[in-house]
Ligand binder design. Structure first.
Ligand code: C5P
Length: 206
């Protein structure tokens, strides 16, 4: 059983994916963490994010035991991840890991930007989770504020728009809804309502 979930930053896809995995007893892979870790390691190894060979070398050496490193969740690494994610060489290395992960029984819920389109085109269920940029920026702003960051909501919105733009316009595996993915708009849903709506869509697709 493979459930593929795609969507832009702060759409709620990660939280929904985690809860769906628990609900069905499946494994969960947050593929954004892979790109964030590659960005972290490229910088730690003294490389430039825009240098595809430095980033691909970091991807080849990636230690997946480090994917729960809290530093990966910082806004700076989200931006940095979207820079290394543009390199086809990086995506090719990470594709192999993702395909192996989902093959292991009993299957997985896997979330990202290109899961339904490139990584798992034959997934049993595909969801595309989204919300307006304003709502996504507001959620991210509240999270950052709770974590004590001094940042204006307008700045968070500008970052979200930048990242959407970079993810949707890149040549390799851009963010887009797969033709056979069900759309879940979480703009007016809290996380419990989003989870229930997602389960309804999964059940309808199974
Ligand atoms: O989902 P998250 O915000 O952690 O993703 C960080 C960045 O990694 C995204 O903005 C995107 O550029 C990249 N990414 C990707 N393909 C995926 C997952 C994430 O290109 N499957």
């Amino acid at each position: 059983m493979i459930i593929a979930i795609d969507g832009p930053a702060a759409s709620g896809k990660g939280t929904v994916a985690k809860r769906i995995a628990v609900h069905y007893g499946l494994r969960h892979l947050d593929t954004g963490a892979l790109y964030r870790a590659v960005a972290r390691d490229t910088l730690a190894q003294g490389g430039e994010l825009a240098d595809s060979s430095a980033a691909a070398a970091a991807a080849s050496r990636l230690d997946v035991a480090t994917l729960d490193d809290p530093v990966l969740r910082t806004a700076g690494l989200g931006e940095a991840a979207s820079v290394v994610a543009r390199h086809p060489e990086v995506r090719a290395v990470l594709l192999a890991y993702q395909r192996e992960f989902v093959r292991i029984p009993p299957g997985a819920v896997i979330d990202g930007r290109d899961i339904g389109t490139v990584i798992c085109p034959n997934a049993d269920v595909k969801l595309f989770v989204t919300a307006t940029p304003e709502e996504r920026a507001h959620r991210r702003f509240l999270e950052l504020q709770a974590a004590g960051a001094a940042i204006a909501e307008a700045e968070v919105l500008a970052d979200i728009r930048d990242r959407d733009q970079r993810d949707m316009t890149r040549t390799t595996a851009p963010l887009r809804q797969a033709e056979d993915a069900a759309l879940l708009d979480t703009t007016n849903l809290d996380i419990d309502a989003a989870f229930r709506a997602a389960i309804d869509l999964v059940e309808a697709a199974m």
